[in-house]
Write a protein that binds this ligand. Structure first.
Ligand SMILES: [Zn+2]
Length: 322
């Protein structure tokens, strides 16, 4: 892979390429931006470029370094990521030890720390020492969707690059071209994931997503049409899909938000569920106040579940309010 495989992020990529050209590559970077928008892809492409024997602004894809990088066996490339929600301190110890020795294959050693905000304070402080004066052959790339939880002393020592979600149309284009997804579905997923390529690709590959969405739509339909008994039988669906609750609540939010847009503007391009305009139209008899109540309830439910308040009770309360 290289920069050509990345959709969007032209500004960040140009900045990195320019720094290669001007020989002003920073010893450490912070790639910050929402989850799943491609920060890691750019970090990989940039690392591969820096390690490449040709020393150009793109990896040559031919040299032994590029070949080793692609096979995942580059001796000078280190990728650290959290395990069970935390980056282990011994991973950072390992990094510090590794930094002390010269590169093996290339002219540099590159360390990427994904979700770097998940280091504990000990790790952050250890890393800080390293960032103060790393050897010339070392480059460190921190990736984070939550840079505010890194120490200010860390963020002030690194060059920050901000990443933004890609244009939604480009995401759906990519899904159609490369993942063989129908245009309707690609448009929906593009809008639903709000330009987050990582999430969009993951959903496109997820076999269960369509059926979860269909089942949820049926539940909402019966609730909105006044079938109260459905609230209790729907509980099976929510229990079965406890792991996907965030996605399901998002689907619900987008659905009711779309009803609001439909009521106000008709078939607007702002509607995410454009493949289900007919259902939106049927349910648009709901009053604005009612829809807003539901949207508030969905947010509240998400908040309660995050705080470990009884799952069953939170969901039932929400469903009874629809
Ligand atoms: Zn190369």
């Amino acid at each position: 892979m290289d920069f050509n495989d990345i959709i969007g992020h032209n500004r960040a990529i140009d900045a990195l390429k320019t720094s290669i050209q001007n020989d002003s590559i920073s010893h450490s970077y912070l790639f910050q931006g929402e989850e799943g928008i491609g920060k890691k892809m750019v970090a990989y492409a940039f690392s591969k470029t820096l390690l490449c024997k040709e020393q150009g602004q793109e990896p040559c894809n031919i040299c032994s370094s590029c070949k080793k990088f692609d096979s995942g066996n580059h001796p000078d490339f280190f990728f650290i990521q959290p395990e069970r929600g935390q980056i282990r301190v011994d991973e950072i110890d390992g990094l510090i030890e590794e930094i002390a020795t010269f590169p093996f294959e290339s002219k540099r050693k590159i360390f990427v720390i994904d979700d770097s905000h998940l280091m504990n304070l000990t790790s952050k402080n250890k890393l800080l020492k390293t960032l103060e004066e790393p050897p010339k052959y070392v480059n460190i790339i921190l990736i984070s969707s939550n840079p505010d939880s890194l120490l200010p002393t860390i963020t002030s020592r690194v060059q920050r690059l901000k990443f933004h979600p890609a244009d939604i149309h480009r995401v759906s284009e990519l899904l159609v071209d490369r993942y063989d997804i129908s245009q309707d579905k690609a448009d929906f997923i593009g809008g639903f994931t709000n330009g987050s390529i990582g999430k969009a690709v993951k959903l496109s590959m997820d076999d269960g997503f369509d059926s979860r969405r269909d089942e949820l739509m049926k539940i909402i339909e019966s609730l909105v049409s006044g079938d109260r008994t459905k609230a209790f039988s729907a509980m099976d669906f929510f229990n079965k899909n406890k792991e996907n609750i965030d996605e399901i609540l998002d689907l619900m939010l987008y659905w009711f938000r779309d009803i609001v847009i439909y009521k106000e503007m008709g078939e607007s391009s702002l509607i995410v569920n454009r493949d289900k305009l007919e259902n939106l139209s049927i349910q648009s008899h709901m009053e604005f106040r009612k829809i807003n109540d539901i949207i508030e309830k969905i947010d509240e439910t998400r908040f309660n579940i995050k705080r470990n308040i009884n799952y069953q009770l939170s969901i039932e309360t929400m469903l009874l309010n629809i």
